[in-house]
Design a binder for this molecule. Structure first.
Ligand SMILES: *Cc1c(COP(=O)(O)O)cnc(C)c1O
Length: 404
């Protein structure tokens, strides 16, 4: 099955060294299992970082991909195409949105959202209304605009002059926001649960407060649901569980369940500012991506699957807290749905990566979110049996690290 000519060491010779991949190379997968070049089996609680919402090699997604592959792959924006319109219709019918813009990655969807906010302010208020408020530990992608909006300056330092007029505040601190926001603010961008920043949930009061302050100052409230969207928290989108409706929402990761696609959703009154020629992308709304995302949408927007996510969250929490009784490594388990973080306690502070590596050793794939949080983002259709099996493996990893 695997190509033995290709080895991990080649990575270090010819790839730009901006990642540090594990030593094993996954070569195929099925559901929540993957196999490496040596046919070692792993249980996958990473979901490709909250992307493979329906696991690997899902037969219906494969079918949708192959059917579209035999029709047309790409047509460009000189034309529209059926899969794009079908998917946009589903997004509009099932969310607050009236308008959709497709892109290829979370960063690009957020880039579009930020540009939209600047343009709406320019068109309707004043050329000085350019301030974007964002939050520390937030993550919005790696284009220069979005990474500067992100809450870790180290990710945007050293690349020359940064996009200007972005203010960072403490997440969940409404008093700070109240002081900072003004009529010069054109947008507040935030995640309804900070994923990369440590699986940190939003306070409902804060979310409601952001909404009210955005209304007061005519600023767009942008919910970055790139990680939390498409069923991840047990709702189709996390805003639905918060009772707070944003003006703009971005989705990517699980939207294509493994095929690259992203979307920016908004209302007509805002969308009108992106007139012909103001923004665009070659691949966004590509028929292949949209065909897969259409099928993924139907499978994820299913009350039984979404309810299952909430039940599996309870099972994961229970098993993790049982393990914690035995090993005393976690300070808390936090997150929502199948986006959970096990926060290490003071004794194990900064050692999340060790737990990730020890897990891989015993055939379990997990994520980290910073140095202190072990993150789990499995496929939404993972079975209870697989969760139990995964936690039995995780126990071995905990043993290995705590014995050190
Ligand atoms: C992953 C992520 C992004 C960036 O998405 P890319 O597809 O990597 O550009 C943006 N926002 C959030 C919340 C994310 O989790």
């Amino acid at each position: 099955m695997s190509n033995t000519q290709i080895s991990r060491s080649l990575y270090d010779q010819i790839m730009v060294p901006n990642y540090a991949p594990l030593n094993m190379i996954p070569v195929h997968g099925k559901g929540s299992r993957v196999w490496d070049q040596n046919d070692n089996e792993y249980l996958d609680l990473t979901g490709g970082i909250a992307v493979n919402a329906l696991g690997h090699a899902h037969p219906e997604l494969n079918k949708a991909l192959m059917e579209q592959a035999n029709k047309v792959w790409h047509v460009s924006n000189i034309y529209t195409n059926e899969p794009t319109l079908m998917l946009a219709q589903k997004l509009v019918d099932n969310t607050f949105a009236e308008r959709v813009f497709f892109a290829n990655s979370g960063a690009e969807a957020n880039e579009a959202a930020l540009k939209l906010a600047r343009r709406v302010a320019f068109d309707n208020y004043s050329p000085e209304k350019t301030e974007i408020i964002a939050f520390y530990k937030g993550f919005h992608g790696r284009t220069f605009f979005t990474v500067t909006a992100g809450g870790q300056a180290t990710y945007s330092d050293g690349f020359g002059p940064k996009p200007a007029d972005i203010t960072h505040l403490e997440y969940n601190n409404l008093t700070e926001l109240e002081k900072a926001i003004s009529d010069k603010t054109c947008a507040v961008i935030l995640e309804p649960l900070q994923g990369e920043g440590g699986v940190l949930p939003i306070d409902k009061e804060f979310a409601l407060g952001v909404r009210a302050l955005c209304d007061k100052h005519n600023a767009l409230m942008i919910f970055d649901e790139v990680q939390t969207g498409m069923g991840r928290t047990g709702e189709l989108f996390a805003y639905m569980g918060l009772g707070v409706v944003p003006d703009v929402l971005t989705s990517a990761k699980s939207l294509g369940a493994g095929f690259p696609i992203a979307a920016m959703l908004t209302l007509t009154k805002f969308a009108n500012s992106l007139t012909v020629g103001t923004h665009g992308t070659t691949f966004g709304g590509n028929p292949l991506a949209c065909a897969v995302a259409n099928k993924a949408f139907d499978l994820i927007n299913d009350p039984i699957l979404l309810e299952g996510v909430k039940q599996k969250e309870q099972l994961m929490r229970q098993l993790l807290s049982d393990l914690n009784q035995e090993f005393a490594v976690f300070e808390e388990i936090r997150g929502a749905g199948l986006l959970l973080g096990a926060v290490l306690n003071a004794q194990y502070e900064g050692r999340a990566k060790e737990f990730l590596l020890a897990s891989a050793e015993v055939g379990l794939l997990v994520l980290v979110a910073g140095a202190n949080v072990i993150r789990f983002a499995p496929a939404l259709n993972i079975s209870d049996e697989e969760i139990k099996e995964a936690m039995t493996k995780f126990k071995k990893a905990l043993q290995a690290v705590t014995l050190k």
